[in-house]
Design a protein around this ligand. Structure first.
Ligand SMILES: [Zn+2]
Ligand SMILES: [Zn+2]
Length: 412
């Protein structure tokens, strides 16, 4: 039995669609990752974090994934909590090897180590590449931060090297001058990414613009409204700009003093009213506001404040909001994702563990002695022989199932 369902929206005339009690009835307002191809002229942007430095389950901190019809994917900021949003999209990690960081606040790069190390474990077979700005001094730049991060995780890496395919644990950094004004920081395969200065906290922060195939995506990261953004973000197809928690909510919900709320909410960040001014200036096809806790009792407050200064197309971002952008249309949906994520498929053949050769290479780059990358006799002396029978059984099971020989460690 076929009924007719009429669907209408404000922007499009009503249309009819066939409906059946047993057949799927086609497109709705949700996006299911890994179920639809990206058109060759299409850009898809997914919010993998839209929140604040104070973590919450409902919203990770700043992170936007840009996917292009030529197969390229770029991550802009990777704030605290965002790595698990990324993983729930089930994208092979070899495709997620380029991260652009606007500034070094935790809510903009706090999840980098998770993508780096977790991504390698989940199948990335190539280095993770990071782009980020210089700072007011060398030690405040992205390169110094990444080197320090590698040092923080030295023990982690020293315990893995030799035992796993180590290619994905390589973390590479490309630091560029934060003072570049619309300067090209990446140019490959028809994709150009530019940066310009942002005004936020200290010298160093930048905003980004990505141009490909006649489409333009811009991302402010964090900034006070500025002339650079007004100039270089002009006429973007999708313009993502921070829009901070409104000052009254900073006082009522975050416990700020009025003085602190006014300073942080209007001078360090972009207040909703100022966000609207910026968007009226650059006139994007779609303005995207992020960097506020979007709740039942804050959404209207932010929205009405933006609307005092901007009347154009607007998305109030939340995690998993999806924008499909073509020359003709910008379609906005929410992704429905699988939270219990396992590793997505590999794009290339896995390499067996590199053993001592990998340990020696890691020793050269990290300064860790090779003999410290394996157990000492002291620790080995504590291992319990009583489990060996049970574990030999697992090897035997594998041998029987696969018709192959797997020597038990220590046996020759
Ligand atoms: Zn910040
Ligand atoms: Zn921030």
């Amino acid at each position: 039995m076929i009924a007719v369902l009429a669907i209408s929206s404000l922007s499009e005339p009503a249309f009819a669609q066939e409906v059946s009690p047993t057949e799927p009835f086609g497109e709705r307002d949700t996006y299911y990752p890994n179920t639809e191809a990206l058109g060759k002229d299409e850009m898809r942007v997914i919010a993998c974090g839209t929140g604040m430095p104070t973590t919450r389950a409902a919203q990770a901190a700043a992170c936007f994934l840009v996917e292009l019809g030529n197969g390229d994917k770029f991550i802009f900021d990777i704030g605290s909590g965002s790595a698990e949003r990324i993983s729930s999209l089930q994208i092979p990690y070899d495709y997620l090897d380029k991260v652009f960081i606007g500034h070094l606040h935790a809510d903009h790069f706090g999840s980098l180590a998770e993508l780096w190390i977790g991504g390698a474990l989940m199948g990335r077979q190539k280095p993770l590449r990071v782009w980020g700005p210089s700072g007011p001094s060398e030690e405040l730049g992205t390169a110094a931060a990444i080197e320090a991060l590698k040092m923080v995780y030295r023990w982690d890496l020293a315990g893995r090297v030799g035992l796993v395919d180590f290619r994905g644990y390589d973390l590479q950094v490309n630091e560029f001058d934060y003072k570049g004004e619309n300067a090209v920081v990446y140019e490959e395969d028809g994709v150009t990414i530019r940066s310009w200065p942002a005004i936020h906290s200290l010298d160093g922060p930048v905003s980004f613009g990505l141009e490909w195939n006649g489409l333009k995506f811009v991302f402010s990261s964090d900034t006070y409204p500025n002339n650079w953004f007004n100039e270089y973000a002009k006429d973007a197809d999708l313009a993502i700009h921070e829009c901070f928690v409104a000052v009254p909510s900073l006082v009522a919900k975050m416990g700020f003093t009025p003085e602190q709320a006014l300073l942080v909410g209007t001078q360090i960040h972009t207040a909703p009213e100022a966000f609207g001014k910026v968007m009226s200036e650059i006139e994007p096809r779609m303005a995207v506001a992020y960097h506020f806790f979007k709740d039942f009792d804050t959404t209207a407050e932010v929205y009405s404040r933006i609307r005092t200064t901007y009347e154009g197309p607007l998305s109030l971002a939340e995690d998993f909001m999806v924008w499909n952008i073509t020359e003709d249309e910008i379609r906005v949906r929410l992704a429905v994702v699988e939270e219990a994520t396992w590793a997505p498929p590999l794009t290339g053949e896995a390499q067996p563990p590199g053993g001592d050769a990998d340990r020696e290479a890691f020793s050269d780059s990290s300064g860790v002695a090779v003999e410290d990358m394996i157990y000492s006799d002291f620790i080995l002396g504590g291992s319990w022989d009583g489990v060996e029978d049970a574990l030999r059984g697992v090897y035997k099971e594998a041998e029987e199932k696969l018709g192959q020989t797997f020597p038990y460690p220590g046996d020759e």
